[in-house]
Design a protein around this ligand. Structure first.
Ligand code: TXA
Ligand code: MG
Length: 349
């Protein structure tokens, strides 16, 4: 299959391309598209054959449910059993945007899309290209992140192409994703609601609207022994090809410890990478040192993390050391992804 890549600079100037992408979805094909979080691998959410194709293209186990993307609240009642009050409040506050809500599904949504579950994950993205594309595709687009299973989520079209060339009909290139980390997922089928994946819409923001909201602490910390609640969380995700280790401690101690390790690895002819910050990056003697930005700027870290992980892959890095990102809000989302990429390997110094 030849994968067509179409650059979309502005929706109103590229209507033909967006219409063409929509037709591919309606005909049961797959199109990768930009969202404000990461690129999605889209198919018709109401067509079981399309969802099966998504799993195949991703190389993903078919018990891992997909997120259904919509463009307006009028689309919601048809795919859920009933619209919970909590969903209305959160939609008012955070849709369109980087929030996914889990609700009881209606019969319209095939089990292939929900990985066999009776619940469905729904998100209304804010990206203009995403919205125009979903509309052109009929209003219900199932989309996981557009990476091959086990690779970091793609934040630009070139990364989608690396993973998906020849496997899907089209890639809509809308430039770099503005946020760079996947949406917050909140389960509204339980009382109180539970955050299954941290993101830009933080626990604090959700609590302001709903009162009590629980956070599964295992999502943010390295002391996880508990089974994850989102089926996708059980798979090793966002994994770079090299081994990744997080080093926690006082800034200077961390730098000294990592440099000691790097010296040893060099003697073993290993290619090394470091994930650091603007304040510390110059102090590392790694083959591929990378900064995620200023330490205080978690938003920059969120935006750069997956790009940096892919750069290590491209450079053939064998071993990566990362500083730790501790803090509230978006830092927690960054740390959650980093811990998963590291397979929870953390060294306290
Ligand atoms: O920002 C995002 O959410 C991106 C963009 C493309 O919208 N999408 C994304 O999809 O990250 P994906 O498939 O990579 O991650 C979806 C996560 C998986 O961990 C999956 O297990 C969980 O959502 N999920 C989906 N439906 C669920 C359900 N009904 N119950 C519990 N977890 C669910
Ligand atoms: Mg994903």
């Amino acid at each position: 299959m030849l994968t067509k890549i179409l650059r979309i600079d502005e929706v109103h100037k590229n209507e033909t391309a967006i219409r063409e992408a929509g037709e591919i979805i309606k005909a049961g094909g797959l199109v990768a598209f930009p969202t404000e979080t990461v690129y999605g691998l889209g198919g018709d959410a109401l067509n079981p054959a399309s969802s099966r194709k998504i799993y195949e293209a991703k190389g993903r186990p078919s018990d891992n449910p997909l997120i259904v993307h919509i463009t307006d609240m009028e689309a919601l009642p048809a795919i859920v059993k009933s619209v919970p009050e909590t969903a209305k409040k959160l939609a008012d506050a955070f849709w369109p945007g980087p929030l996914t809500m889990i609700m009881e599904k209606s019969a319209l949504v095939p089990k292939e899309t929900t990985g066999g579950l009776d619940t469905v994950a729904v998100r209304m993205p804010s990206d203009a290209v995403a919205l125009a594309f979903i509309r052109a595709a009929g209003g219900y687009v199932a989309a996981p992140s557009a990476n091959r299973s086990g690779r970091p989520s793609p934040t630009r079209a070139a990364y989608v192409a690396q993973d998906m060339n020849g496997r899907i009909e089209m890639i809509l290139d809308g430039g770099d994703a503005t946020l760079g980390l996947e949406s917050t997922i909140v389960d509204l089928t339980v009382e109180p609601p539970v955050i299954l994946r941290p993101g830009f819409i933080t626990g604090e923001m959700l609590r302001q609207k709903l009162g009590r909201v629980e956070e599964d602490r295992t999502l943010f910390s390295d002391d996880s022994g508990q089974a994850p609640k989102a089926p996708g969380m059980k798979y090793r995700h966002y994994a770079p090809k090299g081994e990744l280790v997080i080093v926690k401690g006082a800034a200077e101690t961390v730098t000294d410890y990592i440099n000691e390790q790097l010296a040893g690895e060099r003697r073993n002819h290993k290619k090394t990478g470091v994930i650091a910050t603007d304040e510390t990056v110059a102090g590392y003697r790694a083959d591929v040192p990378r900064s995620v930005g200023k330490r205080a700027d978690a938003t920059a870290a969120a935006k750069g993390l997956y790009r940096i992980l892919r750069e290590f892959d491209d450079e053939g890095v064998d071993l990566i050391y990362s500083e730790s990102f501790d803090g509230e809000g978006v830092s927690q989302a960054v740390m959650n992804r980093l811990l998963k990429a590291a397979g929870h390997k953390v060294i306290n110094v």
